[in-house]
Design a protein around this ligand. Structure first.
Ligand code: FEO
Length: 170
């Protein structure tokens, strides 16, 4: 199997892990009475599944073999909402590094199609880090407590799901 296909299969697994991690975070938020945060995370998990599907479809389109590996168990508890969002941001930074590394590999292998394909994810990661970062900043400003958390919860609860992999740019 080519190195790129191998790396893409590893990334499919990481996207499913991301979905699992965010579902676990969603369950945490539900358990502490923050339905808006829970809903936001549930949508985030759904988005990760679309990322996995986009990679899966590309592997098949290139005549590669899709290899699904075991998904690791995510953490299940956090001390406070700010810790959850910080962990999410750190996770997204790791995912960004994966796509940057894969792009480096595609350049090295002179795989132009893979470079163009991966550029969608490189751009998407800017948004992913920004959305987690914005919530980390908001929670930090309100010290992660009080009325501000409930207001933020209402705001996050308004998020709706859109499959960005199906838009023109996707
Ligand atoms: Fe699949 Fe959160 O990036």
């Amino acid at each position: 199997m080519s190195k790129i296909i191998d790396a893409l299969n590893t990334q499919i697994n990481k996207e499913y892990y991301s979905a699992y991690l965010y579902l676990s975070m969603s369950a945490y938020f539900s358990s502490v009475g923050l339905p808006g945060f829970a809903s936001w995370m549930r949508i985030q998990a759904k988005e990760e599944m679309t990322h996995a599907a986009k990679l899966y479809d590309y592997v098949l389109a290139r005549g590669g073999k899709v290899v699904l590996k075991a998904v690791a168990e995510p953490p299940a508890s956090w001390k406070k909402p700010l810790d959850v969002m910080k962990a999410g941001l750190e996770h997204e930074k790791k995912v960004t590094k994966c796509f940057n590394d894969m792009t480096d590999l595609a350049v090295k292998e002179k795989d132009h199609a893979a470079q163009i394909f991966l550029s969608w994810f490189v751009s998407e990661q800017v948004q992913e880090e920004q959305s987690f970062g914005d919530i980390v900043n908001a929670l930090t400003l309100i010290n992660g407590e009080g009325q501000g958390v409930l207001m933020l919860d209402r705001e996050l609860g308004a998020r709706t799901f859109t499959d960005e992999t199906q838009t023109a740019a996707g």
